[in-house]
Design a binder for this molecule. Structure first.
Ligand SMILES: Nc1ncnc2c1ncn2[C@@H]1O[C@H](COP(=O)(O)OP(=O)(O)OP(=O)(O)O)[C@@H](O)[C@H]1O
Ligand SMILES: [Mg+2]
Length: 165
């Protein structure tokens, strides 16, 4: 794992590593955070979200909200909204479905396929990109806001051990 003030890059060898990265990131996340998850179909966005939710204490399933567009979770007093906007096509639905209100100081929003609702979403605090590399994935995290940078700086295993990939 390589990291600078505002970015982090890590190679994830397999699914377990993606879940583990979710566990690494989870403790540094706080209410009000908006996170865009970028990457093609099958890149590992939902897998990473699953790792984050389980690390935060969610014990049930984490299913892909491909058809429902959003799946809500409540963990302690925190509302957690996992969006998958791949099938989002009607901007009117943004207001009607109450999506706008889901982005608030008491909730963490993770958004797969944010480009599908460009112009409707707030500015992300983090952009996490997942791309195929060898047999695994490359995860790149960009912290864009003051809040996002502060959260990244609070990563518990930060800075990473020198022998990390
Ligand atoms: N680091 C990794 N290396 C190899 N395979 C991985 C890695 N992380 C996850 N995978 C696998 O890749 C697939 C990713 O599926 P996942 O549903 O998480 O992708 P997604 O980005 O959410 O796709 P979609 O855009 O369709 O929602 C799963 O089969 C998972 O096991
Ligand atoms: Mg997904």
């Amino acid at each position: 794992m390589h990291s600078q003030d505002h970015t982090l890059s890590v190679f994830l060898t397999d699914e377990a590593a993606t879940l583990g990265m979710g566990k690494t990131l989870a403790p540094s996340m706080r209410g009000g955070l908006t996170i865009f998850l970028q990457g093609d179909l099958g890149a590992g966005k939902t897998t990473l979200t699953r790792g984050i939710l389980h690390a935060l204490g969610h014990q049930g399933r984490v299913k892909s909200p491909t058809y429902t567009l959003v799946e809500p979770y409540v963990i302690s007093n925190l509302h957690f909204h996992h969006f998958d906007l791949y099938r989002f096509g009607d901007p009117g639905e943004w207001e009607d479905a109450g999506f706008r209100e889901m982005f608030n100081p008491d909730s963490i929003c993770l958004v797969e396929w944010p480009d599908k609702a460009a112009g409707l979403l707030p500015q992300p605090d983090w952009i996490i990109r997942l791309e195929p590399e060898a047999d695994g994935r490359r995860l790149t995290l960009l912290a864009l806001t003051l809040t996002g940078k502060a959260c990244l700086a609070s990563l518990t295993d930060f800075p990473p051990s020198p022998n990390a990939a």
